[in-house]
Every structure is written in C-alpha cells, then in structure tokens.
Design a protein around this ligand. Structure first.
Ligand SMILES: Cc1cc2nc3c(=O)[nH]c(=O)nc-3n(C[C@H](O)[C@H](O)[C@H](O)COP(=O)(O)O)c2cc1C
Length: 189
C-alpha cells in the first residue's frame, strides 16, 4: 500500500553492511527518476552511483549525519551505507530546484519497496566530493542519498497541536524517534 510505503520511508542512518545494496538496484532507482515530473520537462539532473567499498569509503567522510545529535559522528564501521546515489546538475543547464526533491523521494520510495532504505544528505563537503567523484568542473553535486539495508528502528511521533518540538531523538534502546506535526497544524484556514 502506498500509505504504508510513505510511512516506512524514513531517514535511516544505520545499516546492515552484511546485506549490501547492489549497483544494479542503484541504477534501477535512477532509472525510476526518468518518469518523474520535471519543470519545463528539462530533465537536467544527472546521477552518480557508488556501490564499491573503495568509493563508498571515500564518500562517507564527506557527509555530516544527524545535526541534532551533537555526540554522534554518524554510523560506525559495520553500520555504514553500502551504496550512494549522488544527484548533480550541469552549471550551464540548471535543473528546476523542485526536481531534486521529487527525484530523491522517488529513489527512496523505490529503495524501501525493494527492502532497503536511506537518507538524503545536504550537509556535505561539496568541493571534496566533486574531486572524489572526478566530476567535470561544470557539474555540481546537489544532494547525496545514502542507501543500504536499514538496521535501526525509526518511530514516528505525533506532535501535539501547537507544539514546535521538532527535534528527532534516540531513546535508551537506540530507537530513533521522529516528531511529525499534526494535520491541524499544517492545514491553513
Ligand atoms: C533536503 C534534505 C536534506 C537533508 N540533509 C541531511 C543531512 O545532511 N544529514 C542527515 O543526517 N539528514 C539529512 N536529512 C534528513 C532529515 O534530517 C530527515 O528527513 C528529518 O529528520 C525527518 O526524518 P524522516 O526523513 O525520517 O521523516 C535531510 C533531509 C532533507 C529532505
């Protein structure tokens, strides 16, 4: 069911490295984006996939995880993403900014449907990543999607009406809780 898929599609930051995501699936997820909406149908986004340990190890240090967790430097060895999809664009042919989110969400939903999951990351070392990926000077990274087999439990928490307590938190059992605003709070009028 689509509703279930949307709810299950959480930002996962800890993965089971014993069940790596395959390059073929990463390419299928990129293939899915070809069918998504695109401003003026320019389809200007470009993608890089990584599923090798060698490349993954170079990408990982360029990412900043869970900004609200000041005492967590991100997933430890054995719990790191096993694949990445990097969304980029050409400087001379920029994408409509909304396209990025549509593509990223489509990729993640496809990953969850296939039994995997991931996390969008915008807090990244853009220049270093550019070099690591050997991208030409006119191609710029917009967003990284880290992927793998989720190894953490993520629970959605209904926020009380009027509450502004948006910070996700981890409990003593390492369960990750994500507050979501009430329908009444996001509906205007
Ligand atoms: C545009 C965008 C950028 C994000 N960047 C990061 C990031 O750099 N690091 C990170 O750990 N999470 C990042 N996230 C994940 C958010 O923290 C996450 O969506 C939020 O906490 C809500 O959790 P949920 O996705 O499970 O609903 C990003 C999400 C979006 C949509």
């Amino acid at each position: 069911m689509f509703h279930e898929l949307v709810r299950k599609n959480r930002s996962y930051r800890r993965f089971d490295e014993d069940t790596p995501i395959q390059e073929e699936l990463l390419k299928k997820l990129v293939d899915l984006t070809r069918y998504t909406a695109s401003g003026a149908n320019r389809q200007a986004l470009r993608y890089v996939v990584s599923a090798t340990a060698e490349m993954n190890d170079k990408i990982f240090p360029q990412l900043a995880w869970a900004g609200y967790f000041k005492d967590w430097a991100g997933p430890s060895e054995g719990e790191r993403p096993t694949g990445y999809i990097i969304i980029a664009q050409q400087e001379s042919c920029k994408a409509n900014p909304y396209d990025v989110g549509i593509a990223a969400q489509t990729i993640l939903l496809g990953a969850v449907e296939a039994g995997f999951g991931g996390c969008m990351l915008q807090n990244i070392q853009y220049e270093k990543l550019q070099i690591i990926l050997k991208l030409p000077a006119d191609i710029h990274v917009l967003l990284v999607i880290a992927l793998g087999k989720p190894k953490e439990e993520v629970v959605l928490e209904e926020m009380h009406e009027g509450s502004n307590d948006i910070k996700y938190y981890r409990d003593e059992n390492a369960v990750h809780h994500v507050p979501k605003r009430s329908l009444r709070d996001i509906l205007l009028g």
